[in-house]
Structures are given as structure tokens and as C-alpha cells.
Design a protein around this ligand. Structure first.
Ligand code: NAP
Length: 318
């Protein structure tokens, strides 16, 4: 089975991300008129990780494309923990910064717990990544919260594709703080019956194949095969795994496919966590790229606009 032969409905995150951004545009304009300034996202990039540079550039481009302001601060790889903390504190104290994003990963030299400590230092009301424990707690209690962007984007995608969540059986493979746990919580709040799987789950394929909605966030290329998928299920592939080994690309995608042609041209392609053969079993499937990825940035913009609006209305109350 080749990717190019897939029969599943393709759930385009690119299309939904455009709709989300266009929906935000009038809210940004209204905010600008009311506040006399644009909503502003403060970004902190520490070190020179190439992936992080690209992510930050894309986030800035998307924010500015919507008429939002950005403030990028850079620190060298050698920056101390206090250097990073100082910038976060200055963003917290600033009246003009509505959202704060510290690009992960931080350099290893800052220590094993640096990232958690830095995320904990962000003002929860400006925590547009939704990683602060206050926001995690609010999410668990189903109270208003800034929620991690990737899971929020998945729910938006399901809603806009009119895929019923309530009463359905959902299986999430992966239990990370940024994807697995929060998507499990959001699906639960929408009345799905949720099972969370991980590396110690026994009979994983059998458990996964009970799902009406299967969310895969594992970080292993083509991990989920046909055996994991109930015919007609909706499969959300969160994985973004760059492949540079020709044999591996050929083994996953097969000779003569569009992916193989893309690999021959660029020497690298992205693989999701879901094997292309799933396209012939699933009812609906997100592509990689063009699925969950664009939604993550769209929801970052959405969280920033929301944080700005909430701050403006609380300013008016005081
Ligand atoms: P992560 O923190 O590395 O967590 C991976 C999870 O997968 C863990 O819970 C792990 O289980 C589980 N796992 C690993 N191997 C497994 C196996 N053989 N069987 C069952 N479970 C297994 O990953 P993440 O941050 O959630 O990211 C997952 C993927 O999504 C990556 O490819 C990442 O690049 C991608 N991602 C994409 C976006 C986007 O916007 N498109 C956003 C975030 C992440 P244990 O807990 O037992 O170790």
C-alpha cells in the first residue's frame, strides 16, 4: 500500500489554520482600536539550535502577518539561568507584552530542570504555550485556561471537520506534557472515553484498534501500522520526524511515491508517526506535513489574542 493510493479523507491542517487565522484578524483589529496598540508576543530564543531558529522565525512571521507585534530576545548558548530569568521577568512586568514564549529546548548547559523552572516563572496570564502549572491545573479542572497549542489545534480540526467526539472511544498514544496528556484531557472534557497509552502499554496495537479517534504522538517514524487502526477511524498524526536515510524512506513510503520523489530532490522528507498504509484503513487522517503542524502555530496566535483580550478587559475592571 502506497501513500499515493490512500483512501482516507485527508484532514488538512493547512486549510483549517488559514480559517483560524482569518477568524482572528477582526479580533486583532478590534483589540488594536481599543488598546491603541497591537497584541504583542515576547519570544526568547537561547542558543543556536537550527530547528528552534526556524520555529521562532515561523512564529514571528505568522504573528506579524496577522497584524500582531513581536519582540524577539536572543541569548547566546552560554547564557546563565539568571540571564534567561531576567528576560522572562521583564516580559512579565511589561504592560505591552501579552504573551510570552520561551523556545524549547533550552541549552543543556543550563541544567536538567532549567526549562521547567523557566516555564514556572512565566506569568500564567501570559503563558501562551499553556505549560505553567496553574494553567495545567485549570485545564484539568475544566476552568478557563491557556492550553497547549497542539492539542487545542487537534480539537479545532476535529470540530471543523465535523467529527463527533462525544461518546466516542479515543486512544492517545504518548503521554507528554505538551501533547499526550493535554489532548487526553480535552477529549475527556468533550465526553470521549479516553485511554492513554505509552511505552509500557501491553498489547498496544489491540488497545489502539478500539479507537474511533486515535491520536498518535510518539516521535517514531511510521510507528502506527494498519494493525493499530479500526477501519473507518479518525487518525491524528502528531509526529514530525525528519528522515535522511534513503533506505528508510523507501521502506516506509515505497518506490515511485511523491514522498520518494521529494526525497530524491531534497535529501530529506518528513515522516509522521503513522505509516502511510494506514491511509487505506482509516476513515480520516492528518497528513504530515500540512496536518497538525500548521494548527499549532495558528493556536499560538489564538492564545496570544485571547491573552491580550483578557488582559485588556481586566485592566478595564481595575
Ligand atoms: P515525547 O515527549 O518524546 O513523548 C513521546 C511519548 O511516546 C512518550 O509518552 C513515550 O512513552 C511514548 N512512546 C515512545 N515510544 C513508544 C513505544 N514504542 N510505544 C508506545 N509509546 C511510546 O514526544 P512529544 O513531545 O509528545 O512529541 C511526539 C511527536 O510529535 C514528535 O515527533 C514531535 O516532533 C511531534 N510534535 C509535533 C508537534 C506539531 O506541532 N506538529 C508538536 C509537538 C510534538 P513513555 O512516556 O512511556 O516514555
Amino acid at each position: 500500500m502506497k501513500l499515493d493510493d490512500a483512501t482516507a479523507r485527508v484532514l488538512s491542517g493547512t486549510k483549517v489554520a488559514t480559517e483560524i487565522r482569518e477568524g482572528l484578524r477582526p479580533r486583532v483589529e478590534t483589540f488594536c482600536r481599543a488598546a491603541g496598540r497591537a497584541p504583542m508576543l515576547g519570544l526568547l530564543l537561547v542558543g543556536a539550535d537550527p530547528g528552534s531558529q526556524i520555529y521562532v522565525r515561523n512564529k514571528i512571521k505568522a504573528s506579524e502577518g496577522l497584524g500582531m507585534a513581536t519582540d524577539l530576545r536572543r541569548l547566546p548558548e552560554t547564557a546563565s539561568f539568571d540571564d534567561v530569568l531576567d528576560i522572562v521577568r521583564s516580559f512579565n512586568a511589561s504592560a505591552a507584552h501579552d504573551g510570552i514564549l520561551v523556545q524549547s529546548p533550552l541549552p543543556v548547559g543550563l541544567g536538567a530542570e532549567a526549562e521547567q523552572k523557566i516555564f514556572d516563572a512565566i506569568d500564567p496570564d501570559k503563558d501562551v504555550d499553556g505549560f505553567h502549572p496553574v494553567n495545567v491545573g485549570r485545564l484539568v479542572q475544566k476552568r478557563p485556561a491557556l492550553t497547549p497549542c497542539t492539542p487545542l489545534g487537534i480539537i479545532e480540526l476535529l470540530d471543523r471537520a465535523q467529527i463527533e467526539i462525544s461518546g466516542k472511544r479515543a486512544v492517545v498514544i504518548g503521554r507528554s506534557d505538551i501533547v499526550g496528556k493535554p489532548i487526553a484531557m480535552l477529549l475527556l472534557h468533550r465526553n470521549a472515553t479516553v485511554t492513554v497509552c505509552h511505552s509500557k502499554t501491553v498489547a498496544l496495537a489491540r488497545v489502539a484498534s478500539t479507537a474511533d479517534i486515535l491520536v498518535v504522538a510518539v516521535g517514531v517514524p511510521a510507528f502506527v501500522t494498519r494493525a493499530f487502526v479500526k477501519p473507518g477511524a479518525t487518525v491524528i498524526d502528531v509526529g514530525t520526524n525528519p528522515l535522511t536515510d534513503r533506505d528508510r524512506v523507501e521502506m516506509i513510503f515505497g518506490e515511485g511515491t511523491m514522498k520518494m520523489a521529494a526525497f530524491e530532490k531534497r535529501g530529506t522528507v518528513l515522516s509522521g508517526d503513522v505509516h502511510p498504509e494506514v491511509g487505506s484503513v482509516a476513515g480520516a487522517l492528518t497528513p504530515v506535513p500540512g496536518g497538525v503542524g500548521p494548527l499549532t502555530i495558528a493556536m499560538l496566535l489564538s492564545n496570544t489574542v485571547r491573552a491580550a483580550e483578557d488582559r485588556l478587559s481586566s485592566d478595564r475592571r481595575t
